[in-house]
Design a protein around this ligand. Sequence first.
Ligand SMILES: NC(=O)c1ccc[n+]([C@@H]2O[C@H](COP(=O)([O-])OP(=O)(O)OC[C@H]3O[C@@H](n4cnc5c(N)ncnc54)[C@H](OP(=O)(O)O)[C@@H]3O)[C@@H](O)[C@H]2O)c1
Length: 296
Amino acid sequence: MKKIMITGASGLLGRALFNTFSDHFEVIGTAFSRASEPLVPLNLTDFRALEDFLITHKPHYLIHAAAERRPEVCLENPELTQQLNVSLPAALANLCHQHQVELFFISSDYVFDGTSPPYAETAQPAPLNDYGISKYQAEQAVLAYPQHNVVRIPVLYGAVEKIDESALTITWQQLIQSNAPKMDNWAVRYPTHVDDIAKTLKAIITQLDKSERGGVFHISDTTPYTKFQLACALADAFGYDKSQITAMDSPVGQAARPQNCQLSDNRLAKKGILYQRDAIKGLIEAVRPFVKQPEV
Ligand SMILES: NC(=O)c1ccc[n+]([C@@H]2O[C@H](COP(=O)([O-])OP(=O)(O)OC[C@H]3O[C@@H](n4cnc5c(N)ncnc54)[C@H](OP(=O)(O)O)[C@@H]3O)[C@@H](O)[C@H]2O)c1
């Protein structure tokens, strides 16, 4: 049985990866502050411990999903961002190369500036904020090794542990906590379920020949939504008066954000690897456990 190591396995994407790979792989999931069985505690910024871990466990593949993904946190914590989002993946790329581990580095659509979508795998990144810059710098370090993979993904949702764990499920919290909620109607996003990302990564590893891997992959759902549109859909589903919601037609947030960085998954489309779903239905299911009002 092939062995796969998943970092960030306590996170939103990492949990889906851990579950999806568990049936056909020996999975070693690592976590940090939320490391409880079956996950293994590992501070990834301790590079010596990381190398010892790789030598001990000898995985065939490593999906690196641990990162700081919140643009405002990256803006306010440049040292943490450099260490966790740049130095760590760069060190990991080198260690994986030395120990014959194929690396899948999870990156982001935020490496693009959002002015000329859709973006192919070969498009030139031009990140707008510190988070996007950190991801792009890490990508360059990873791509120095042709056998390694950079996997760019858009905004995620799925089974959340807390309503604010996803930038999309938090919409419900924002709706019910404000008398006059204002929702971004400027940025266009392609909400993608973590289970679909996990299934796609599993297909990349199990269905593509090694000679077909390496380099940049894009994984994304294809239906565009603004946060305002998603908020209105949640309002309809759970009996909230959507006329209370104001659409904001200019950028929101402290950190600069791209307007539309749609990812074209050309490489996977050619191979017929495509996992998608209705994002509205998926988001309603993700939010439902946190809704106290009776559903209409
Ligand atoms: N979420 C999105 O919408 C989105 C969009 C595009 C790209 N991405 C990318 O997708 C990947 C996964 O994102 P996510 O939303 O699943 O992240 P997340 O839920 O915020 O989880 C982050 C993970 O990183 C781990 N971690 C943080 N510091 C660590 C350290 N020093 N040592 C070891 N582990 C550490 C955390 O462990 P503990 O919780 O146990 O401390 C957690 O498992 C990231 O690379 C992110 O940039 C995410």
